[in-house]
Design a binder for this molecule. Structure first.
Ligand SMILES: Cc1cc2nc3c(=O)[nH]c(=O)nc-3n(C[C@H](O)[C@H](O)[C@H](O)COP(=O)(O)O)c2cc1C
Length: 322
């Protein structure tokens, strides 16, 4: 999660029994190296020769845009740290970066996760890019995603149906988008997902890089308070996303001004000032549609455990009903 997930969040998610990711996002390689060291210091696996049970996520379009030495050094930082997984999304040349990872990894090749927004993208990720794991990201998701993505309910069904009948290879498929609690995860498992990816839920942790004001805005938000938009990308100047990609965040005046064609210069200056003042009416808070059910902040490690318990409880209840 660019701008939200560093070494502390990734490590504590893993320590709780999940699998955490650091975002390589928009940061220089030195920061990524620091975040990886922080994660190593917080994880039980400490020796530098051991694989690090976390992953690093990369935005494909950003790697494409940077000079190749810089992109490669961002990938090499994670390779040197021996992370167990790489996550790629939103790029037209992901194969190039995946090749770099596979050709330059030491003994055991790390797992490659690819996030997809359609069946077509899933087929490409599995058959051409040879993804180890695909993340089916529905339209409900917080943060960036395809504005063309179907609801997770349909996307997951499209993908699992295709690979159960149309292919000799059955990929590992994770469900992402709008999931708020363990019961939501249980539901995805019963529909063929091998696991779930949660973003917004982990913004409500002390380890996340969001500010207190952003966390409070999430707690106050209802399910209907999010919008898919490019308003925030225009406001902050990150506008090189591939065609069809926008982001879901909490709707506020930055979004409505953008929709009403208020001048970009004015939107930007109010956004900058609003961010400085931590003004809910102006600042950016990415959030999925599950946000309405999220009402507490707890350490990431505890959050994973809580989700696990809720999920197990829900599955037991479903069994009893049968
Ligand atoms: C703050 C935030 C930042 C995100 N950044 C990225 C990113 O850098 N790359 C990416 O592939 N997905 C990103 N996502 C999307 C997540 O990978 C995931 O699909 C999404 O959070 C799932 O939906 P949920 O937020 O409703 O749980 C981000 C999500 C959030 C909330």
């Amino acid at each position: 999660m660019a701008g939200a997930s560093g070494g502390a969040l990734a490590a504590q998610a893993t320590n709780g029994g999940g699998f955490g990711f650091i975002s390589a996002g928009y940061q220089p390689v030195e920061n990524l190296i620091d975040e990886l060291s922080l994660a190593r210091s917080l994880l039980e696996t400490r020796r530098s020769t051991e694989t690090l049970p976390i992953g690093v996520g990369y935005l494909g379009w950003l790697l494409d845009k940077m000079p190749s030495e810089e992109s490669e050094s961002l990938l090499n930082a994670a390779l040197t740290a021996n992370v167990q997984a790489f996550w790629f999304s939103f790029g037209s040349d992901l194969g190039r970066w995946i090749r770099h990872v596979r050709e330059n990894s030491s003994a055991k090749s790390p797992l490659v996760f690819i996030q997809v927004n359609s069946l077509e993208e899933a087929i490409y990720a599995v058959e051409i890019l040879k993804a180890d794991i695909i993340v089916a990201q529905g339209i409900e998701s917080g943060g960036h995603g395809g504005n063309y993505a179907p609801p997770l309910y349909n996307l997951l069904r499209d993908i699992t149906d295709h690979f159960s009948v149309g292919s000799s290879h059955k990929p590992v498929v994770l469900a992402a988008g709008g999931l708020a609690n363990g019961a939501d995860i249980a539901f995805q498992l019963t529909r063929g997902a091998a696991g779930a990816v949660m973003g917004t839920r982990f913004l409500l942790t002390p380890e996340c890089k969001y500010t207190d004001a952003q966390r409070q805005a999430l707690i106050a938000a209802k399910s209907e308070d999010t919008a898919r938009t490019l308003a925030f990308d225009h406001a902050r100047g990150t506008i090189d996303w591939p065609e069809g990609i926008d982001g879901r965040g909490l709707r506020n005046d930055t979004v409505s001004d953008f929709e009403q064609d208020v001048s970009l210069a004015l939107i930007q200056s109010k956004f900058i000032e609003g961010t400085r003042m931590q003004d809910r009416k102006r600042f950016l808070v990415w959030a999925g549609t599950g946000v309405g059910l999220m009402d507490h902040i707890m350490p990431a490690k505890e959050a994973v455990k809580e989700l696990h318990q809720e999920c197990a409880q829900q599955l037991k209840l479903s069994n009893v009903k049968k």
